[in-house]
Design a protein around this ligand. Structure first.
Ligand code: PBG
Length: 329
């Protein structure tokens, strides 16, 4: 398949000029390739910097509409909402997740009222923003309970769907939750609400700054290894994806991103399903701090984002998605 021989063939010939390099480029990025994560806080008229993520902010609901307006104008297909929850609203069961007046529910309604279907809204299904121990589910004797947690996740999903969420994204890693969530959505008339399963989510140190962003830093007891995946494994990722597709997932998330490009490729090749990659908070912080300190130039952003496309991702969840005009040049 690959033929040719030096000196008749010189691959540098096509690399000599800029027009020629542009002509033969194999991958590229457009706004359609991005999902913008947005952090929400209570209050009014606040745009609060997140210390561990330079350039990323938490917004009050009045300010969020402006962020969405910009995202719509820039033709981003979807945003992902994440709430910062005050410690006094957190408890062992994460009950704030089921409060129909919680920050995420109010945000969905507000955005949908103003922007209708001009942009998609995706919401995490997991309890970690709401639990006092920082875990994604209910904990008994240090173990995150599976079936008991699913019961709550079903209600969290249904509530978010009722509010108008377009894409539910279970990021909790409980076994069997996609099927149960799909069943309950269908039973309640939400046949068209999509499910983006975080099917392949590794127990990773790259999530550190995110936990700061949602206010669960420091409160997390232990680690998430009894439900999130071991980063030593890749066949297990395929088993997770196979199950979630059977249970009704419309799309699959691989997370973190950059250290898991091989997994993105594996999933894409094996299942031919839309695959999203999450360039997580730790990746963002490392790149941004490196650039800010002058250790590395800002082309590193484009280079790392393109690697997701090369690996086969359909789209990328990225904290850079609101600054694409500065990156995609
Ligand atoms: C929680 C959730 C996490 C992220 C998205 N949803 C963190 C975790 O599992 O601890 C991480 C995103 C990021 O690091 O940018 N279910």
């Amino acid at each position: 398949m690959i033929t040719g021989k030096f000196p008749a063939l010189r691959l540098r010939r096509s690399r000599k000029n800029d027009w020629s390099r542009r002509l033969i480029e194999e991958n590229n990025l457009t706004p359609n390739d991005f999902i913008l994560p947005i952090f929400l806080i209570e209050g009014k008229n606040k745009k609060q910097p997140i210390k561990s993520m330079p350039g990323v902010y938490r917004y009050t609901l009045d300010k969020v509409l402006h962020v969405i307006d910009k995202a719509v104008k820039k033709k981003l297909p979807m945003v992902a909402l994440f709430p910062y929850t005050k410690i006094k609203k957190k408890n062992l069961l994460g009950t704030e997740a089921l409060n129909e007046d919680n920050l995420v529910c109010r945000a969905i309604q507000l955005i949908k009222k103003k922007f209708k279907n001009e942009i998609g809204i995706m919401c995490d299904v997991a309890l970690d923003p709401y639990t006092s121990h920082g875990h994604d589910g209910l904990v008994r004797s240090g173990y995150v309970l599976n079936d008991e947690t699913i019961k709550i996740l079903i209600n969290q999903s249904l509530l978010q769907a009722q509010m108008g969420c377009d894409v539910l994204a279970p990021s909790d890693m409980m076994d069997g939750r996609i099927g149960e969530i799909r069943k309950s959505l269908d039973k309640n008339g939400y046949h068209m609400t999509q499910i983006l399963s975080y099917a392949v989510k590794y127990a990773s140190s790259f999530y550190g700054p995110f936990r700061d962003a949602i206010g669960s830093k420091g409160i997390l007891k232990g680690n998430k290894k009894n439900y999130q995946m071991d980063f030593k494994n890749s066949n297990e990722a395929l088993r997770e994806v196979a199950l979630d597709i059977k249970e009704g997932a419309d799309m699959i998330m691989v997370k973190p991103g950059l250290p898991y490009l091989d997994i993105i490729r594996l999933v894409k090749e094996n299942f031919k399903i839309p695959v999203m990659a999450y360039q997580v908070s730790g990746e963002y912080s490392l790149l941004s701090n490196g650039i800010d300190k002058g250790l590395i130039d800002q082309n590193i952003i484009l280079e790392s984002l393109i690697s997701f496309k090369r690996a086969g991702a359909n789209a990328i969840v990225s904290y850079y998605a609101d600054r694409l005009d500065k990156i995609l040049i």
